[in-house]
Ligand binder design. Sequence first.
Ligand code: UGA
Length: 460
Amino acid sequence: MREIKPFKVAIVGTGYVGLGTAIMLAYLGHDVVGLDVDAAKVDMLRRGQLPIYEPGLAELMQQAGERLRWTTDYAEAIPEADAIFICVGTPPQADGRPDLKYVAEAARCIARNLNGKVQVVVNKSTVPVGTGDWVARLIEDNALEYHANRYFVVSNPEFLREGTAVHDSLYPDRIVVGGEHEEGVKRLVELYAPLLEQSFEAPEFAPRPQAYTRPALVTTSLGSAEMIKYAANAFLALKISFANEVANLCEHVDADIEEVVRGIGCDARIGPRFLAAGAGWGGSCFGKDTAALISTGADYGYDMPILQAAVTVNTRQRHVAITKLQRHLRRLKGKRVAVLGMAFKPGTDDLRDAPAYDCIARLVDLGATVVAHDPIAMDRARREWANLEYEEAPTAQAALKGADAVLVMTEWQEYKDLDWSAACRLMRNRLVIDLRGVVTSAPAATVVERVGRPSLGAPQ
Ligand code: UGA
C-alpha cells in the first residue's frame, strides 16, 4: 500500500455530510478535527458516540482512532489546517431558497482564524451557483490579515446517500472538484489520492465492491461544480417522478411498472436505478435542492418547467396511499390504520420530508386512528413529530393487531422478512397498501394494493 501524504484537515459542521467526511478522511490517514458550535454534540462525539444512526459509521470512526478530534473552537481547528471544509446546513426558507446564514457564519469564523499560510477552503455544503465566489469575498472581508492568494476556495460537492454513506464515501462514482485556482484544485486531488487510487485498506464491514475500480475525477470551474450537485439531485428526483407518473398510468391500462422498468432499464442510456415507483421521494435533499434550483431559475427569469412538473408529481404521489385506502374503506373516520415505516427510507432514522408524515397527518385529519411502527426512527419521531396524534407499536405485528388496513411506507428489511400471513391474521380487515414493494404474495383472504402494479389477492 502506498504511503499517503497526511493533511491536516478541519471540518466545520458535523451533520451527516460533515461527520461522514471527517470520519472517512481520518480513516484514509489524514489528521482531522471536526468542529461544531453545538457543545452537546461535540461532547457526545468526544465520548465516541455518534449523534446520528448510519450503518458502519461508528466502526469506521473507531478505526480512525487518534487521527480524529472534535472541538467547538475555531482557534483550535483552523490555524493549523491545510484544508478547511465547510459542511454546515443550508436549510430551505419558505420560498425554497436555501438559507446561507450558517455558511456565512462559518466563512467569517474561518477568516478570523486563517494564519496566512496557504490554506484551501472547501465548500461541501450544497449551495447555489455563485456561493463559492461569495464565500471567497466574505473571507477576504473578514480575514484579520489578508494574504492574497494564500487560500483558495474550492467546491467539492458530496453525493453520499443516507443509509449507505460509508460505502458511498469510500467508493464514490466520481469526485468533483471545482475551483478557479489550479493550486487549490491540485491540493484537493492530493487529499483524495487514497480514494482515487484505491490505495487504502478496505474495512471489513464495507468491502470494496467487486466491479469497482476507482472514481472518476471531474475537475471543473467553481460554478460548474456547484451546478453539478443540484443537477444530479434534480435529475434523480426527475427519474423517480417519471417512474411514478408512468406507474400511475400503468394502473389504468393493466401494465405493470416493474416489468416496464425492467424493460426500459436495460437500455444503457436509461439505466434501471432510481426508477422505483411508490410513495414518492422524500428526505432532506431532493425537495430542498429541486426548490433551490427552481428559485435560481426564477432569479434569471427561467421557470424550469420539467423540474416543476417533477415536484408536482411528487406532491400528488403523497396522496396515493390515502386514495387507495378510501377506495376500499370509504370513510376513514374511526378506522384503525397501521403505518409501517416512518423514516424517509430504510437504513436511517432521518424523518425529514418523509412521505409517512404526510400520510399520518392526513389520516389523523380524516379521523382515523393511526398506529405506527419503525425499527429505528420511533424515538426520533416521538420528538420531531410530537404534533401528530398517533399511537406507537413496539413491533410490526402489534401495529397490525385489530387494524382495518396497513400502509407500508418504508422498505425496511424487517418488513420484507415479516411473516405476512401470520401478521395479516391479526388484522380486523385484511387490507395491505404496499407502497414499497415489500409484500411479494398475498396472504389468505388479504388484498395487497401496490403502486403501478395489479393488486394481489381476492378483491373485497
Ligand atoms: C440523495 C442522493 O441520492 C445523493 O446522491 C445525494 O448526495 C444526497 O441526496 C444529498 O444531496 O445529500 P438521499 O436523500 O440520502 O440521497 O437518499 P436517496 O437514496 O437518494 O433517496 C431519496 C428518496 O427517493 C427516498 O425517499 C427514497 O425512498 C426515494 N426513492 C429513491 C424512490 O422513491 N425511488 C427510487 O427508485 C429511489
